[in-house]
Design a protein around this ligand. Structure first.
Ligand code: SF4
Length: 441
């Protein structure tokens, strides 16, 4: 027998933008009367927010539907996100899915569910899908529901850049920005829920634009929202970061000194084939400028291995550049052939074993660089926004420049911004103690 308040599980595959959208859907379902339960627990409704960036993300989606139906065979299953846009036909054939919602209707998914009182699996799946996706700037209903300390704040969607390997322009459509007043409204609501750090999120956030307002204007307005202590820019394309933004980052006490700037390849021929909008020389000059302008900048990147035509020399160029530039980590991705993209038709594919080996080499470099960056901070006093205890009972949190720090302390430090002196570093973690003069030390 169904209980009074039906249970709903939301699960995200993929990027930070998907997480932001799932959080908004979670907020709406709560308001509609659902009780949210963790993924993996028995449920009455599963909402799966999917990704189609790799073949793996698509098969994850099918696997997660099957897994949920094993413990909750009567659960209503709704699938949305990029795979629902690019693979609606394939999803229609997956047994147990009841509702498929493409990008155009994604944020209104709860409107297409039966009411909580009448929720049951229909005989046939319903598909809400449009080939073309709205180009208009947008507002979003509600406020993201986050258990995490930091909250994502969606400011932009879509992309016009058409990198040859990327399916996102097909899955999410053209660039559009969220209305400024609506962003500020959600920021205020997130602060009222206790979030001190907001992570600005979108597909190509450097392209944010509202009338004459740029990303920098938005950041300056967000800084004025009482209770916002930190603003973090998530991944941003190198060609979209103006120097004024770097200058501002250098002086602001709230904008984190952190940039994640995708490199993808350190070889000009591969960059051209990827349809990236810069050469190696241009990328290097941007990074040099950023590091000169912003002291203590935490700099990360994405690198793709195994793009068609990436021979030994091309990979060596990428490895050398990733090693020379002051990144403190590299997220390494393996090329995945995506239908509809230009790269899917390219020849000279790289053998999977070679792709794996290159990925391992870059990941090892990334580990070493992170450790070196953390070690450079030993003896320094930093501000940490604490999140939760780790398995050993230490409190962990992040600095503005994205160092994960662990501190042993008996007090509850969750969601506290505290001064910490860094005393050591290990793989993926800096160690420290609350600094003298800190209220709790
Ligand atoms: S910038 Fe390139 S990689 Fe990033 S979303 Fe746009 S097309 Fe994809």
């Amino acid at each position: 027998m169904r209980q009074l308040s039906p249970r709903a599980t939301l699960h995200t595959i993929g990027c930070r933008l998907n997480q932001a959208e799932t959080a908004l859907l979670a907020d709406r379902l709560k308001r509609d009367g659902y009780t949210l339960v963790e993924f993996g627990h028995p449920t009455d409704l599963l909402v799966l927010n999917t990704c189609s960036v790799t073949v793996g993300a698509e098969s994850d989606c099918r696997h997660l539907v099957r897994r949920t139906l094993r413990h909750s065979p009567h659960a209503f299953v709704a699938v949305t996100g990029c795979y629902a846009q690019t693979g609606a036909e394939a999803l229609r054939r997956v047994p147990g899915i009841d509702l498929i919602v493409g990008t155009q209707y994604k944020m209104h998914l709860p409107d297409y569910l039966p009411t909580p009182a009448t929720l049951q699996k229909p005989a046939e799946p319903q598909v809400l899908h449009a080939r073309s996706i709205d180009r208009e700037d947008f507002v979003l209903p509600g406020t993201g529901d986050y258990e995490a300390t930091r909250a994502n704040l969606k400011i932009q969607d879509g992309c016009n850049f058409m990198c040859s390997f990327c399916i996102i322009p097909f899955a999410r459509g053209h660039e559009r920005s969220r209305r400024l007043d609506d962003i500020l409204r959600e920021a205020q609501a997130l602060v009222a829920r206790g979030h001190q750090e907001l992570v600005l999120t979108g597909v190509n956030i450097g392209q944010f634009h509202q009338g004459t307002h740029s990303l920098l204007d938005l950041i300056q307005q967000l800084e004025q929202v009482a209770g916002v202590e930190r603003i973090r820019i998530s991944s941003i394309e190198p060609t979209t970061i103006p120097m004024e933004l770097l200058d501002y980052m250098a002086t602001s006490s709230k904008l984190c000194r952190y940039l994640h700037v995708p490199l993808q390849s350190g070889d000009d021929r591969i960059l051209k084939a990827m349809n990236r909008r810069y050469t190696v020389r241009e990328y290097v000059s941007f990074i040099e400028q950023a590091v000169r302008s912003v002291p203590d900048l935490g700099l990360g990147t994405d690198v793709m291995v195994g793009f068609p035509g990436e021979g030994e020399q091309e990979f060596a160029n990428t490895l050398a550049l990733a090693s020379d530039l002051p990144f403190f980590y590299c997220h390494v991705f393996s090329f995945s052939k995506r239908p509809s993209t230009a790269a899917a038709r390219m020849r000279n594919t790289v053998h999977p074993a070679e792709v794996k080996a290159r990925s391992r080499t870059l990941s090892e470099l990334s580990r070493a660089k992170r450790l070196a960056f953390y070690q450079k901070h030993i003896g320094r006093r930093v501000k940490v926004l604490f999140e939760s205890r780790d398995v050993t009972g230490r409190w962990t949190g992040l600095t503005g420049n994205y160092i994960r720090v662990a501190v042993a302390a008996p007090e509850d430090l969750s969601n506290c911004l505290r001064d910490v002196t860094i005393t050591g570093a290990m793989d993926g973690l800096a160690l420290g103690h609350l600094a003298e003069g800190d209220p709790l030390s």
